[in-house]
Ligand binder design. Structure first.
Ligand code: ZN
Length: 481
């Protein structure tokens, strides 16, 4: 296949330079770039001077949670505010089986429990995920159901998460998943939605990811349900999967301020991971967690690819330690857009400039990569890039204006590979096809990145997404070479 008149980008000191070229794709690889003539029998796409970019790699996702969220009832702001609205949302849930709620926040109806749900919810099994992602709140029907299923599916140790009589189940994701087999059509839907945004690869950062989760993802990919490439980060024992498997990512350490791991043990976890050449990714959403992570890395040392997830709060004095340790920061501009308004209410104004920083980190020489943390923000990379340039919340306020980056930097921060998230890729000969074609050129796109529409996403020898506007291709053509 020949893509004619495409605008390609390259980066010099985080500045975008564009050029026009034709790109030939053969056998799932880019075989030539330049001023090319159509070969006989070759299908042709006229890009019409629009951008042809490397596909977007999302460096921090929870793919199965995102897939499950597609059939879920929003239970928190902005969709649901106050107990009556939560009641209404639960009673309006379609179907008659399980209700899966997401995004609950205590501002809705306080610390709700099993008893609250029994009293106010409909008579169906209900499970609601707290916005932190660390807790499920279930009603009695759900709890009975889970306990019964757990006696078959789980060890006695694993079943303990269901002991909580108030129905507030902490860190129960894996146990709940084992008891409630998912629906594969939601996985396909999730993958298709990502392709529509130009996403061709993701790093699944779920802390509980185990060799079993890896096998599940591999199977879903082989069977065509997941169309993206993936890297899986997670538990230390993930490294035992087919030793040297290319798509094993970092060891994930999920710090939680209220229950930090013993410091020596934390350092040993980092050291063990480094011994097998696996980087470590540490979840840090508070200042204390970041201080703790930096202290541990200082003791254990760092290797290429070690990273801080979120870096939600970075006080000024922690910027240079981050830089000295050469840690990557994988951040989510989507939180500025989606949750910025509640941060501005809940967090003292003096700290607003410390939240989800980008510019100050990049200027200090720290590698920064954007990601979604789906389902905790929407996988909407173009909207997130725009939020990184404006720091605008969905309520129209500005959060940490000094952290705004240029459109060029926002794009550069979104085009890293899974292996090197902070280094933007460009389209090159002999690379495997991993591309997205947009509906506009860079001059137009940079005026409002959130307005970008993807026209086609190509991965290997196939289109994973193709919008309806093609004249040149025969209908039903899903191959791109
Ligand atoms: Zn996450």
């Amino acid at each position: 296949m020949l893509i004619q008149h495409a605008e390609l980008v390259s980066f010099h000191n985080q500045k975008v330079t564009t050029s026009l070229a034709d790109v030939r794709i053969e056998h799932g690889h880019v075989s030539a770039i330049g001023d090319l003539q159509k070969a006989s029998g070759e299908s042709v796409i006229d890009a019409n001077h629009c951008l042809l970019l490397p596909g977007i790699h999302d460096h921090h996702v929870h793919f199965l949670s995102w897939a499950a969220s597609l059939g879920s009832v929003p239970c928190g702001p902005p969709a649901v505010r106050g107990a009556p609205a939560l009641n209404a949302a639960l009673h309006a849930a379609p179907g008659d089986g399980w209700i899966r709620g997401i995004g609950y926040h205590d501002s809705v109806a306080g610390e709700i429990t099993r008893q609250w749900l029994d009293q106010h919810g409909p008579g169906r099994p209900i499970r609601i995920q707290h916005r932190s992602g660390r807790m499920w709140i279930v009603n009695s029907l759900a709890l009975d159901w889970l306990r019964a299923a757990a006696s078959e599916a789980l060890t006695i140790q694993q079943r303990r998460v269901f002991d909580a009589v108030d129905g507030r189940l902490f860190d129960a994701d894996e146990a709940v998943r084992a008891c409630l087999p998912g629906d594969i059509s939601m996985v396909e839907d999730a993958s298709t939605r990502l392709a529509r945004q130009g996403i061709t690869a993701f790093n699944d950062m779920t802390p509980s990811n185990s060799p079993q989760t890896f096998a599940l993802f591999e199977r879903m990919q082989n069977e065509g349900h997941i169309r993206q490439s993936f890297l899986m980060s997670g538990q230390a024992d993930l490294g035992t999967v087919a030793s040297g498997a290319r798509n094993i990512g970092a060891t994930k350490v999920h710090l939680h301020e209220a229950g930090l791991p013993e410091f020596r043990e934390f350092i040993a976890t980092i050291a063990r991971s480094h011994e097998t050449n696996r980087p470590v990714a540490v979840h840090c959403v508070t200042e204390t967690e970041l201080v703790y992570a930096l202290a541990a890395f200082r003791d254990a040392g760092t290797i290429d690819g070690d990273r801080i997830e979120h870096a939600s709060v970075v006080p000024p004095q922690l910027i240079s330690p981050l830089c000295d340790l050469q840690l990557l920061v994988v951040t989510q501009p989507g939180f500025v857009y989606e949750r910025g308004d509640s941060y501005m209410q809940e967090i003292p104004a003096s700290e607003h400039g410390w939240l989800y920083r980008a510019r100050s980190l990049i200027e200090a020489g720290i590698g920064v990569a954007f990601s979604s943390d789906m389902p905790f923000t929407e996988p909407a990379p173009w909207r997130s890039m725009q939020a990184a340039t404006t720091r605008m919340t969905c309520g129209g306020r500005t959060l940490g204006a000094a952290e705004a980056v240029s459109p060029d930097v926002a794009l550069a921060s979104s085009l890293g590979s899974l292996a090197a998230p902070a280094t933007p890729r460009t389209i090159a000969v002999s690379e495997s096809t991993d591309l997205c074609l947009l509906d506009r050129n860079w001059v137009e796109a940079s005026a409002d990145l959130s307005a970008i529409q993807v026209r086609a996403t190509m991965q290997g020898a196939a289109f994973t997404y193709l919008d309806g506007s093609w004249q040149n291709l025969p209908p039903g053509n899903t191959r791109c070479d």
